[in-house]
Design a protein around this ligand. Sequence first.
Ligand code: DOR
Length: 439
Amino acid sequence: MNLMILNAKIVHPRPLGAACTEPGTGTIYIVDGVFAERDQATAAGLIDADGAPREGTDVVDATGLYALPGLIDAHAHLRDPGQEYKESIATGTRAAARGGFTSVLCMPNTIPVIDNAAVVRYVIDKARREGAVNVFPIGAVTKGQQGVEIAEIGLMQEAGAVAVSDDGAPVSTAAMLQRALLYAADFGIPVIDHCEDLSLAAGGLMNEGLNSTVMGVQGIPAVAEDIIVARDIELAGYLGLSIHLAHISTAGAVALIRRAKARGIRVTCETCPHYFTLTDDHCLGFNTLARVNPPLRRPEDVAAVIEGLADGTIDMIATDHAPHHDDEKDIEFAHARNGMTGLETAWQLAWTRLVLPGHLEIGDLARLMSRAPSERFGLGRGGFEAGKPADLILVDPEREVTVDRFRMLSRAHNSPYHGMTLQSDVVRTYVGGREVYRG
Ligand code: DOR
């Protein structure tokens, strides 16, 4: 995999608090699937002593395009094994490549659950055979995600799991979470918690508020998220261990995490595009595409999530790509499944809703969507440093896309963004120097 990319505006992840800099135009060298310095490219025979490409060298002219480190999704549901009618490793990773994601961490709520080394190996082997991008499995915290008996975290880590989570549900009790944090720390992998107090959320279909009242639908109060966020923060602080909180959606959770970081507690978290772009107004009309867990919240929560992204309280943007079959969405609101697809719209939404209005700059997206998840989950990616796997994307900031949920590479159609016109698009995706998507 030898390649030379010319004239790209190269976007390096902007460290929090660093000055904003306009990306400089430069050349990217890829030798044997990894990023290389110019002298390494010369030694490998890509270019001559004057820097001109030799005959046979693949050259891409990226004039007018940004080059970013490949995006990394810390939270996706690939539904494989067991629910390939919704998505598979093959279709989910093609959707990822189309969205600019070169690595995807996949959640263990599959059938069977990824709760032992054999299933971890199944996912890794299948991804190697059929996957368009890198797949890193997340193992379950408890056997069958039942919350009763802890899973073999060490064996799963040895087989390639990069984190553990009972996502879809919170870790059942504080005692179970304590055991999981201690056990996972021995193997150096994070515990990811889904923050929802099930006793408060029980029976709820959408955010509790004016809209749920108007619709006559039982609500899920924001405090159901905040209570588990608080539990997790206090436990991590007590143990002196780190924890990662999934899909943060409430103003209260953002405030708790901000305060915890100021106290020196080792908490990281992610939010998802739907929590900085949509409110529970989208549920009006019993729109099942807007059903998701945690639910879409109020405008003040959206504002708090954006503020959390801007000040570093929220460490990363993940998709929570949750594909479902039409038969699970084109039904009554109360029976529809929770979740929306996200891999093919995350970049465009982040650019249109965060960068264009001036909340963030492009280097922040390189941090939030690539460097930060790479560092948190130990993936050794997220930048252009020589020797790193050549995972990168080329982005056209001028290109407009109108989302068509029936024309996606995902097997599923459950995107609430159907018909929305967004600015900026991914035009090339490379994994290990190999082109896996061309727009
Ligand atoms: O909306 C959601 N869908 N939230 C979750 O936590 C799980 C996910 C799924 O697996 O469909």
